[in-house]
Design a protein. Structure first.
Length: 431
């Protein structure tokens, strides 16, 4: 009873905040997505590559063993994603993200105290649910696309910049902390971010503009009714699963998924193994992250002007070519050239993905549709780093593994072109 009353009070306060917000509240939703991606990236994105080598050296675990933790984390996240997708479509992201802030913060704190490999696997698996799936694109970006139609590309771009921002901000900070205080202090910092940054903003999240009497993009309702009728498609999950375009899109993202996390996880170690300093590797990683943020904005505006499949295909093509550069360069200056090209390119990955699902299948069930195919896409993200780590342990270097990643990116580029817009009778609605 007390809990129900507390929730009612919170809802009343939130409605007052929305009413008094001097700008379109959808941008608050974008901010929530940004900080969700920021926290998630600190757990399992850019910054994990900074933890990889010191944890391996200190605890005596192989890189394959540590990277397997990411696989467990990501696989669990992929199989829980359909549930989270359904919850987002029906109830909104607030309960999921609030739970993520609390449990993810506890998990990050516990990671600072692990001494056994099984402890790392168990805690990181929990982090996979609450620091990964609960803050992943199925939850955050599926919410953002419900709030925007005309400005969808730029909104998704800004919301997804949090992951890259965690690399730009947290990677050098954690590198410094590891060098001065040890890797355990880095995980303590991550716990603080979950509790202090993510929890407050998670309580401001709302499912869709219609739930609070607003319209997408902040358009005035009377103007929209007169001049801005949108032929907005609306597919349910059953219909989408029968559509061939969904499976071409899923195939492309699954192949690319083998590469995306592999580069992030092993980039730092590849550079240092080739004789460059940790400071250089951290700077390259940070440059990669900064450029990925800038790339999101570029692709966000671009995808509002060009067909999304062409944009996505270009992303994968440029990524494949730049990975070849990473493996072959001999001078530190060229490492930064790689970081700029690859960062600008990979910045379009999450943007084009979110926009493709929303543009092709509509806003209403986008969380459920993305969640349904997430086990395949996110599963490949889990497997990729493990395969690269296994190749390293067998061969003693990353050369063959990274050339394979480049080839997979090129294959994904071709598959994307086959994902033409699905053909279906549209429902004309005013939104």
């Amino acid at each position: 009873m007390i809990l129900v009353e507390l929730l009612d009070i919170m809802e009343t306060v939130l409605l007052k905040i929305i009413k008094r917000t001097p700008f379109f509240y959808g941008w608050v939703i974008v901010a929530g997505a940004f900080f969700g991606a920021f926290a998630s990236g600190g757990i399992q994105g850019f910054t994990f590559s900074v933890f990889l080598k010191p944890m391996s050296d200190d605890l005596g675990w192989t890189r394959s063993a540590l990277t397997a933790g990411i696989a467990i984390n990501t696989l669990i996240a992929s199989f829980i994603a359909p549930v989270f997708g359904f919850i987002v479509d029906k109830y909104g992201p607030r309960p999921i993200m609030a739970a993520a802030a609390l449990v993810g913060g506890v998990a990050a704190g516990l990671l600072s105290n692990v001494t056994e490999l099984w402890q790392f696997y168990v805690i990181f698996a929990v982090a996979g649910i609450f620091g990964g799936a609960a803050l992943g694109e199925v939850v955050t970006q599926s919410t953002v696309v419900k709030w925007f139609i005309r400005l969808r590309g730029r909104a998704v771009a800004i919301g997804s910049m949090g992951g890259a921002a965690s690399g730009a901000v947290l990677a050098p900070v954690i590198t410094f902390m590891v060098a001065t205080s040890g890797w355990r202090s880095g995980w303590v910092l991550m716990a603080v971010i979950f509790f202090v940054v993510l929890l407050p903003i998670s309580l401001l999240m709302v499912r869709s503009p219609e739930d609070v009497g607003l319209t997408p993009d902040g358009d005035r309702r009377e103007v929209d009714n007169q001049n801005r009728l949108h032929d907005e498609v609306s597919w349910n999950l059953k219909e989408a699963l029968r559509d061939k375009t969904l499976w071409f899109l899923t195939a492309a993202l699954t192949v690319a998924g083998l590469c995306v996390s592999s580069v992030v996880v092993h980039e730092f170690s590849l550079i240092t193994d080739r004789g460059f300093s940790s400071a250089t590797a951290a700077a390259v990683l940070s440059t990669h992250a900064v450029m990925a943020s800038a790339g999101r904005l570029i692709w966000g505006f671009l995808v509002e002007k060009v067909k999304v499949r062409y944009a996505m295909s270009s992303v994968f093509l440029l990524c494949g070519l730049s990975v070849i550069m990473l493996v072959t360069v001999e001078y530190s200056a060229l490492l930064f050239v790689f970081a700029v090209i690859y960062g600008l390119s990979i910045g379009g990955y999450s943007v084009t993905t979110a926009v493709a699902f929303a543009n092709y299948y509509g806003r209403a069930n986008v969380g459920s549709i993305r969640g349904a195919v997430s086990p395949l896409i996110t599963g490949s993200v889990a497997v990729g780093p493990v395969l690269i780590a296994a190749g390293y342990d067998l061969q003693g270097n990353y050369t063959m593994g990274f050339f394979t990643l480049a080839l997979l990116y090129l294959i994904a580029s071709g598959l994307t072109l086959l994902a033409t817009p699905p053909q279906r009778t549209t429902i004309t609605t005013s939104v």
